[in-house]
Write a protein that binds this ligand. Structure first.
Ligand code: NI
Length: 188
């Protein structure tokens, strides 16, 4: 079990375009999936993309199933309710014109939350950890989580969807916090 360090915005690595994975079944990718899952559940979060731990590859993990438990005060990511999903080289083939708005947050933008509007439904093609190809439609919170995670593969974060004023406000807060974190690490 390896808990990796999650990069905190602003960070250039969160802005890079990730590379497709050639062999989803390789031992390296297997280890990466394990690290992503361990790190996500430890955080805890409902999704984590490889660029958030500094790996510029097109892969993300999600577990939207235990979200309900988290919000009802049940231990996040614990026990039999875990349902890990692995998304390799995901492609959004279609997006609905109808939008939906959810309050989003991100492990790379700690304690920042904002309402984000995105297509309410998407059609997705992806590979799983066995290298099998899938195509399916998603809606509701799952569609939100997937679009949020796959944004990370293209160097985007959720605040990019906000108005310039809101984005700058959150950017300033995080920049300030990051400077404080760095100075406390240096003095430790
Ligand atoms: Ni995120």
């Amino acid at each position: 079990m390896t808990i990796r360090k999650i990069l905190i915005y602003p960070d250039d690595q969160l802005r890079s375009i990730a590379t497709p994975i050639a062999d989803p079944t390789s031992a390296e990718i297997g280890a990466l999936i394990q690290d992503l899952a361990d790190t996500m559940y430890d955080a805890p979060g409902v999704g984590l993309a490889a660029p958030q731990i500094g790996i510029s590859l097109r892969i993300a993990v999600t577990d939207t199933h235990w979200r309900s438990g988290r919000y009802e005060g049940v231990g996040a990511g614990e026990g039999p309710d875990r349902r890990l999903n692995v998304w390799i080289n995901p492609e959004i083939l279609w997006r609905s014109d109808v939008l939906q708005t959810y309050e989003e947050g991100c492990l790379s933008l700690p304690e920042m939350f904002a309402d984000v509007s995105r297509p309410a439904a998407i059609r997705l093609r992806w590979l799983d950890e066995h290298g099998n190809k899938h195509e399916r439609d998603f809606e509701g919170f799952e569609a939100v989580a997937l679009q949020h995670e796959f944004d990370h593969l293209d160097g985007r974060v959720f605040i990019d969807h906000l108005s310039v004023i809101k984005r700058k406000m959150i950017h300033r807060k995080l920049l300030k916090r990051k400077k404080m974190m760095i100075s406390s690490e240096e003095s430790a």
